[in-house]
Ligand binder design. Structure first.
Ligand SMILES: [Ca+2]
Length: 244
């Protein structure tokens, strides 16, 4: 009995120490908060101005008139022979005085004039351009090329005033396929804005600031950017902006 009484303080110390050990060895992080339900998506448009730390802004306003700017390279696919890009004055330009014009009006159905921004390849990016169709009987359209590897392998987001739709295509080995599309009014002869936001496999397309395309595709994850027209579409472009 005496022994037990002597041991009592020791026992208390052991118990307190053990309790302390349990307390101290508990995870130091704060208890996990109860799961919060994610807000409903409801296809709410995300902001177009997805933040990227670096920006490139091309407004053509200080480029030589009548020539393709030296930082662009003309290319083409399809059956036609011409891909003609030149800087022109346009008093209606979103940034005055100049635009970049694709002036070939070759009446070949499957023909795609291309202008590629040289020297840069982008993975995740936000790229936008303003465009205005000027003429064309087969087609009147404007498009952004992105993750371009070569003239036969790239993505394209384009809006057509002839077909009244916005379409996200991929070209693989020169063969096109539609990833996503939406029918909507695209007026000829007036300025519109196209935007692509591509992050990993996620690709979003915006028309006049409204998200109209949402898709996933992992065929191309890096490449150049550029502009494209089709067939006999004479199209003006301005404010070619890249965030990356
Ligand atoms: Ca301009």
């Amino acid at each position: 009995m005496k022994t037990s009484l002597k041991l009592l303080p020791v026992l208390i110390v052991v118990i307190v120490a053990a309790a302390g050990f349990v307390f101290l060895s508990a995870p130091s992080q704060t208890p996990a908060a109860a799961p919060v339900a994610a807000p409903p998506q409801q296809n709410a448009p995300k902001p177009v101005a997805t933040t990227f730390s670096q920006k490139k802004s091309i407004n053509f306003d200080n480029d030589q008139l009548g020539a393709i700017p030296p930082y662009l390279k003309a290319d083409k696919t399809g059956g036609g022979t011409r891909s003609e890009w030149q800087v022109k004055n346009d008093p209606t330009a979103p940034s005055t005085p100049n635009v970049l014009a694709q002036t070939s009006d070759e009446k070949v159905q499957v023909h795609f004039p291309i202008a590629i921004l040289t020297g840069e390849k982008y993975k995740d990016l936000n790229v936008s351009v303003s465009f205005k169709t000027v003429s064309g009987t087969i087609d009147q359209s404007g498009g952004i090329i992105f993750r371009f590897d070569n003239a036969k392998n790239y993505y394209l987001l384009r809006a057509s005033a002839t077909e009244n739709d916005v379409v996200l295509y991929k070209y693989v080995g020169g063969t096109s396929s539609i990833i996503a599309s939406i029918s909507m009014a695209v007026s000829a002869g007036s300025w519109h804005t196209l935007t692509v936001v591509a992050v990993g496999e996620s690709i979003e397309g915006y028309f006049d600031g409204k998200r109209v395309i949402e898709a996933r595709d992992a065929t191309f994850l890096i490449g150049s950017v550029g502009l494209r027209t089709k067939a006999d579409s004479v199209t003006y472009f301005d404010n070619f902006l890249i965030g990356y």
